[in-house]
Design a protein around this ligand. Structure first.
Ligand code: NCD
Ligand code: ZN
Length: 335
């Protein structure tokens, strides 16, 4: 069995910088493009820094054609600043992080009221808002507690395109259905694992991410929504590489590295559920329609021939361990 995907997109990707960027960027090369997260140290807050980062990504990609949809780390902006961002090539959206909620987000938004003027302008100018939607509450309830904020934003800014990034709960899907101006990304791991896989037995640091994987009912609802072709749900891997020594450590960094195996694993899952026909919209069509994107043309054929996932990827002095390290996935990319 085979399926050919037309310009697959990863709508939430961490590529990092420096040697890690050089190692991981080519591993996303089967995608036609990706939305690039800005949480570097320091975060990407200015169009100039964003352009320079985009150039470093291009260099790290080598000859592989790849569309970068760059994001800026949300801070308060006036109209001039927003206009400058909007006119900067490769700019796609602002990414809002509640202050300190995840990796390198200390400079995020502490009180949402401070962001209102900027959000109003973004609504008027047609600039999308991507949100890391977690409260500072109990770890399993953080997303649920943030849903009220999403509701408020969706009501207050009805023309603002708001993306709930990496949703992990059935409740988030219910909210998605309530508001036309909401859309959402979901990761590979949140379609597959629950908290049990992370911490139910021996602790699995390579499955630890934010938001943390939730209950079986949440996982099942997300999977059903993806398989049934929910029109406002998009694939965003949130592939978030950290050096092996930072994952296999006390104080393990949050993030699951899935970029090199995401498409084969998605094909395996969709095929197993008889839903391969929905994969194209999940990994590209919905994003193109929602945001009006025209990614570069790239076709990737997946086949049900096994892929052996390496125990780790290493070069440039970096080593990163992927999800399914040392295991087989029953689908692979046909080269
Ligand atoms: C991400 C990272 O490492 O940058 N980590 C994660 O667990 N998902 C940040 C994020 O998207 O929250
Ligand atoms: Zn992320």
């Amino acid at each position: 069995m085979e399926i050919t995907l037309d310009s697959p997109l990863d709508m939430h990707l961490h590529l990092r910088d420096g040697d890690m960027l050089k190692l991981v960027a080519p591993l996303s090369g089967d995608f036609a493009g990706a939305v690039i997260m800005p949480n570097l140290v320091p975060p990407v807050t200015e169009p100039g820094g964003m352009l320079a980062y985009n150039q470093r990504i291009r260099e790290a990609m080598g000859n592989t054609p790849f569309s970068c949809y760059m994001t800026l780390f949300f801070t308060k902006q006036n109209e001039q600043q927003l206009a400058l961002a909007q006119s900067t090539p490769s700019f796609f959206a602002y990414k809002l992080y509640p202050a300190g909620i995840t990796t390198n987000s200390e400079g995020g938004v502490a009180r949402l009221a401070e962001a209102e003027n900027t959000l109003k302008l973004m609504e008027e100018m047609g600039i999308p808002l991507l949100v890391h939607g977690e409260s500072h509450g109990f770890v399993m309830d953080r997303e649920a507690e943030f849903l009220g904020v999403y509701r408020q934003l969706a009501q207050q800014f009805p023309k603002l395109r708001i993306c709930m990034e990496h949703i992990t709960t059935a409740a988030a899907l219910d909210l998605l259905d309530e508001f036309e101006n909401l859309c959402a990304t979901v990761t590979l791991q949140h379609l597959i694992i629950t908290l049990d896989d992370v911490a139910g037995g021996a602790l699995q640091p390579h499955l630890f991410c934010k938001p943390i994987a939730k209950r079986p009912g949440d996982r099942d609802a997300l999977l059903q929504a993806a398989l049934s072709g929910h029109p406002r749900l998009m694939f965003g891997s949130d592939s978030a590489p950290h050096p092996r020594c930072k994952k296999e450590a006390c104080g393990c960094a949050a993030g699951v590295f899935t970029a090199p195996l995401a498409l084969p694993k998605l094909a395996e899952i969709f095929a197993r559920h008889g839903a391969l026909c929905q994969l194209q919209s999940f990994v590209s069509g919905n994003a193109r329609r929602i945001y009006g994107l025209t990614p570069l043309a790239k076709q990737v054929t997946l086949q049900n021939t096994p892929m052996a996932v390496p125990g780790s990827y290493r070069s440039y002095g970096q080593q990163v361990v992927p999800m399914y390290a040392g295991e087989h996935i029953s689908w692979s990319i046909k080269s």
